[in-house]
Design a protein around this ligand. Structure first.
Ligand code: MRU
Length: 348
């Protein structure tokens, strides 16, 4: 049973756990407009591909409620603006676009109704997206848990947990499902420079659940892969291209190369909504570049010299050939390839 919620609808607003403050403070904030939700996504108050998709869906719902007393034309124009704003909030995770497309279809389906009925239908659609996310994560968890030995050690990178989804998590969902099935799972969490999602979020989340976790500096991963029995590396994904290339948090590619070097299976947990059939390969995935301050220091602390040139790409692409399997709600796809992905999406 989780001791927190990543996002929830309460008192006509979207409530988000402010992930910038974890693990020091566990504080929730409420958002009453699409603009505010887009800001929360941009500022990483909510983060993780499925969670930002859910937040964006609620961003449309909250805006529809805010605008429902206006004329039909103002309502439509305001929502159009909200879709544009939310769609532009972060570029790499395709779940954002996927969730907004679902909300757009709902809007088109409710076009003949009045603003209030339309706003209710949009809220119901946002609830469906969030509820479905948790169900999918549990199914994925069951498929992924079957890949793990009864006693195992798993390395993970970034946070692909309940905090990155509406609940249960993708990569951490597999670990949670394995632990609830009685497997003895120990986790090595990479700290995940520069924003420290591993140190601040994964370590906290697993600690809350009582799952044994050891935090390491990213640079210790190769050494430990050579010295310890690590049974699998499991990560989440922000976008999987049609050929199986995987965009995920910066540093994931390094872990995949190291895992291959050490003969450790490298699994990517991804709901089907993370697979982007319109993106042929990883080179076409837009990679977000964030503020230099995230590399130069943390919070108010600065350790890099003033004026230094900094690059801060926050995602990288792991080529499909380094991926042992994709774990999805429709099952496990070994050695992902264009034909395998096509079959997974359209014929299973
Ligand atoms: O920048 P973030 O924290 O949003 O990046 C998150 C990740 O890279 C996750 O691994 C990914 O979104 C999968 S979450 C289930």
């Amino acid at each position: 049973m989780l001791t927190f919620h990543t996002l929830r609808w309460i008192d006509e607003s979207l409530e988000l756990l402010d992930q910038r403050l974890l693990p020091v403070h566990c504080e929730y904030s409420r958002f009453h407009s699409a603009e505010a939700v887009a800001g929360a996504i941009r500022e990483l108050i909510v983060r993780g591909a499925p969670a930002i998709g859910c937040a964006a869906a609620y961003g449309i719902a909250v805006e529809a409620r805010r605008l429902r007393e206006q004329s039909a034309a103002q309502f439509a124009a305001g929502l159009q603006q909200a879709f544009d704003l939310l769609g532009a909030s972060r570029p790499t995770a395709v779940n954002l676009r996927w969730a907004l497309d679902r909300m757009r279809s709902q809007l088109a389906g409710s076009a003949a109704t009045d603003n209030s009925a339309c706003a209710d239908a949009l809220l119901a659609a946002a609830h469906d997206i969030a509820d479905e996310d948790v169900r999918i994560n549990r199914t994925m968890g069951t498929h992924g848990a079957a890949l793990l030995p009864d006693v195992c050690c798993v390395m993970t990178h970034c946070n692909a947990g309940a905090l990155a989804t509406a609940g249960h998590g993708t990569a951490l969902g597999i670990i949670r499902s394995a632990a609830s099935a009685g497997k003895k799972v120990e986790v090595i969490a990479n700290e995940t420079r520069p924003f420290l999602q591993g140190a601040r979020l994964t370590a906290w989340e697993l600690q809350q659940d009582g799952i044994p976790v050891t935090l390491i500096a990213d640079s210790a991963a190769g050494y430990l892969m050579g010295r310890r029995n690590i049974d699998a590396v499991i990560v989440g994904a922000d976008r999987v291209a049609a050929n199986g290339d995987v965009a995920n948090k910066i540093g994931t590619y390094m872990m995949a190369v190291l895992a291959r070097r050490h003969g450790i299976p490298f699994y990517v947990a991804c709901p089907l909504s993370t697979i982007d059939i319109d993106t042929p390969d990883g080179s076409a995935i837009p990679i977000e570049e964030r503020d230099a301050g995230e590399v130069a220091g943390y919070g108010s602390l600065r350790w890099a010299p003033a004026g230094i040139r900094i690059a801060n790409p926050v995602f990288d692409v792991t080529p499909a050939e380094l991926v042992t399997a994709l774990v999805t709600e429709r099952g496990v796809l070994n050695s992902p390839s264009p034909s395998g992905i096509h079959e997974l999406l359209y014929s299973r």
